[in-house]
Design a binder for this molecule. Sequence first.
Ligand code: GDP
Length: 439
Amino acid sequence: MFDNLSLKLDKAFQNLKGQGRITEINVATTIKEIRKALIDADVNYKVAKEVTDEIKEKALGEDVLTAISPGQLLIKITNDELTALMGGKSEDIVIEGNPSIILIAGLQGSGKTTFSGKLASYLKKQGRSVLLTACDIYRPAAIDQLKVLGEQVGVDVYAEPENKDAVKIASAAIEYAKKNNHRVVIVDTAGRLAVDEEMMNEIARLKDALKPAETLFVVDSMTGQDAVNTAKAFNDRLNFNGVVLTKLDGDTRGGAALSIRRVVDKPIKFVSTGEKMEAIDRFYPDRMASRILGMGDVVTLVEKAQQAFDEEEAKRLSKKIRKNQFDFNDFLSQLEQVKKMGNMKDLLGMIPGMGKAMKEIDIDDNSFKPIEAIIRSMTNQERENPDMINASRKNRIAVGSGTSVPQVNQLLKQFGEMRKMMKTMNKMGGGKRALSALN
Ligand code: GDP
């Protein structure tokens, strides 16, 4: 799904590799490429421009934390903007009234009948008693298709093959539902190959007569810009409540998913990703954005870093490193910050390409425990001035921390080397680099 768009966006972010911060100049190419990638994916030009302008403005306004790179920050901002573009929050289907009526509208072949079956199965799994109603009066095969699907998912189907009045059929179905204790009635309607007056009139008549709690517009996501135009035509006439995007399993370019919400201002509620009855998912804008970017894990990683990283503390440490005053207390504080970000193995696994490699390596958070215990067994004086730790102090620390003297020696040696490295880096200029080496 969206493979091409994901690849192009990934390439756009590569432009920022190696850059220390985001500037008007270095972000310009990336923004241009993001815009082009969106337009190539069939996102409406105006929408693509608005979104990329917002990404640029946000990127220039944000400080890049030492813990993340400008590329990662831009991915995060793009992810947030795409999420907002698709509506921000996920919106659930409205079930209201007795029975609750759900009207399914859309062009012929968009996947209405298939979706009706899926939705029936989805609601049945939630413990609701559902009735499917065949109101596609022009296509006898549609009635049979719905009957087959109903049987497959174990849901009752109401049909009157001889009746040519959709409103009458639907009204009779509602009566039937009331008698048989069905709490939800899904009404599958007739579609045409293109938007036409007669079809619109019929669906509008159904909507007026049935007063459904939900009118869902079903659209084939493979039709790109056309999907958006059709959505607009249906919405102008029907004022529907929600959108269902079908065939997201195919070679879709993603434009429909990204533009429909902005253009018709109605939430996408479901996506359909295959012909099987289980291929229905509630729509979550944030998850879809992460999938489009193909790097959902980096987004989580950046969020965790933003939550855990204390800029004031970073400045304080940076100052101490510059003055060659970094001690065991500072080391402990660094450990705390890393730990706040979560499980070490999970964190490393979030870096693209690392997930697979991580499976082979055995890192667990317990590896930090003896280090922490040793530092905590030191007196404050010892932490500030490790050189004073002689043999008897080492013995006491080892006993206190439940470790051994060789383990204490090893940590002291590593800490000594780290301080030496910081000193050398300071001589070369800038403690900031040393700090990011620690992160
Ligand atoms: P309707 O005319 O709007 O009722 O459309 P149908 O439900 O008959 O679907 C048209 C065709 O699209 C059928 O062959 C379905 O099996 C297929 N279809 C429906 N939804 C999906 C989907 O999410 N993915 C794929 N790959 N095919 C779908």
